[in-house]
Design a protein around this ligand. Structure first.
Ligand code: ATP
Ligand code: MG
Length: 484
């Protein structure tokens, strides 16, 4: 036993810590059991020093040289000073976990939760992904795989807090379960042999000059919205693009870049000025010149087929890691192509496997201004109908549009020290994160708070260090062939 309840309400329970318990072993976030008529599971939200006497008693005692007279003070004041914990009830445990509609009684005993108390967490074994262990209890944190993917997830934490490590652990479990994932590997963290390359179920793709299958986006897959994402287009230029696109459909870019200005102007009865055509030509020429744009090979179809075969795709941005133009264009065009393919499959009655799109450096795409130009707003809004989900990874969640955050139904929070980041998450998330606002700033590297639809209760836990995949590729390169 660590204490007894001295205050109880539907909002909060306060218990006094027993004098024989070392107060520094009682930590915020710890799960406790309150034994009353029911067995309540609660989480410690704060620890405080209290005293029975007048308000200034602690101040007065502090002015005395306690080293000399400590024994006297203790014998004079006895248990004037004591510690209490505030805790939030999570639910009632009786084999399973159910919501608490009552409160524990005065003087109910309190102890730390043990493995047996949390057996309900393991009962969800089945289609789950193990991501770490519950803090202080030898029990795994299991995430419901389908919810994790189709209801979208966020992994947030400051730089170095362990986000990418957590994502690697999640991906390794998904790959074991033959769940296809598409990883936009902005900083080449996932594509190495020590990470995902060693798996026969993983296909690495690259940009430009690289040994891997290279990305090539067909011009026909690029829409006016995508051009707006990478370059500024004013109203007049926008109207011209719309006119041309209505007539030339998917060929609109090659028509503009491949036809001389006078011919275009004439064809559109001088409704488009030479100057406008000139600007558009310049912008689209530079788009066409990107090494990852071109007609040579339809890598989009290749990617779709790989995912359908339950492969995981890692797009390694290599030297393009700081190239926002490439990041915006590739992530959006690829993800939209896939969303459309998955939608079509659904229309035709085929259910494609749940597929997870992993977006590192998400603030580069999901800011308030940019989100609507990318496809990701649509994916978080309706991807689940078509089995596509988004895993958003970022170190500055305050830069991510609140509407995106509100759609992330599983939130994994790692160390977040910036108050604006924490407040933005609390205010934007559909999950009630207010209890964890301070805790987010106290996590160690690799520690996390997992909340949301994939877990029965919010959990504090530790992610193991990613040490590689279990499966190794057979000798030789096991490339996925387009017509496999
Ligand atoms: N759970 C863990 N156990 C042990 N080491 C870890 C753990 N998580 C992360 N690390 C180590 O900490 C370092 C930083 O981790 P990681 O790259 O995952 O951080 P990050 O949050 O993704 O940072 P950034 O925002 O810079 O991308 C790595 O070297 C990694 O090996
Ligand atoms: Mg990282």
């Amino acid at each position: 036993m660590i204490g007894k309840v001295i205050f109880s309400s539907t909002q909060e329970v306060i218990f006094r810590i027993q004098d024989d318990v070392e107060v520094e072993t009682i930590t915020v976030g710890t799960l406790i059991i309150i034994n009353s008529y029911y067995k309540y599971l609660a989480r410690i939200s704060s620890v405080e020093l209290k005293n029975l006497g007048e308000n200034t008693l602690a101040d007065k005692v502090a002015t005395i040289n306690t080293e000399d007279v400590f024994g006297d003070i203790q014998s004079a004041l006895g248990e004037q000073f004591y510690y209490v914990c505030k805790a939030r009830v999570v639910g009632i445990v009786d084999g399973r976990l159910r919501g608490a509609k009552s409160i524990p009684k005065f003087l109910s005993t309190v102890r730390k939760a043990e493995k047996g108390d949390l057996a309900f967490l393991e009962e969800m074994r089945g289609d789950v992904v193990e991501v770490g262990m519950v803090r202080d209890v030898d029990i795994p944190i299991l995430l419901d795989r389908k919810y994790l993917i189709t209801r979208h997830c966020g992994v947030f934490g400051k730089t170095g807090s362990g986000k990418s490590n957590t994502v690697k652990v999640i991906l390794s479990k998904l790959i074991e379960k033959k769940t296809p994932c598409l990883v936009f590997d902005i900083h080449s963290e996932y594509s190495g042999y020590e990470c995902l390359r060693s798996s026969k179920d993983v296909v690495i793709m690259g940009i430009g000059n690289c040994e891997d299958v290279t990305i090539s986006l067909p011009l026909s897959a690029i829409k006016p919205k995508d051009v707006r994402l990478v370059t500024s287009i004013n109203e007049t230029q926008g109207e011209a693009i719309d006119m041309i696109r209505r007539r030339y459909k998917k060929e609109w870019i090659s028509y503009i870049t491949g036809t001389d200005s006078k011919t275009i102007s004439k064809e559109f009865e001088d409704k488009i000025s030479d100057m406008t055509i000139g600007v558009l030509k310049r912008k689209l020429d530079s788009l066409e010149m990107q090494c990852y744009v071109g007609p040579s090979f339809n890598s989009l179809e290749y990617m779709f087929q790989a995912l359908c075969k339950h492969k995981t795709l890692v797009i390694d941005f290599g030297e393009y890691e700081h190239n926002d133009y490439a990041i915006r264009l590739i992530t959006t065009v690829v993800s939209r192509f896939l969303l459309e393919k998955y939608k079509n499959a659904k229309r035709q009655g085929t259910n494609l496997p749940e597929t997870l799109i992993v977006l590192e450096e998400a603030h580069k795409l999901l800011s308030k201004d940019l989100t609507r130009l990318t496809i990701f707003e649509e994916i978080v809004r309706e991807g689940r109908k078509f089995n596509i989900g988004l895993l958003v990874v970022d170190q500055t969640p305050r830069k991510i549009h609140e509407e995106v955050i509100s759609q992330l139904n599983t939130v994994i929070i790692m160390l977040l020290t910036n108050i604006k980041d924490r407040e933005h998450l609390v205010l934007s998330s559909e999950n009630d994160l207010s209890d964890f606002k301070d805790e987010m700033a106290r996590l160690d590297m690799g520690e996390m708070i997992v909340t949301g639809i994939s877990v029965p209760v919010p959990l504090f836990g530790k992610v193991p260090e990613f040490v590689g995949l279990n499966q190794k590729a057979p000798d030789g390169f096991d490339a996925f062939s387009f017509n496999e």
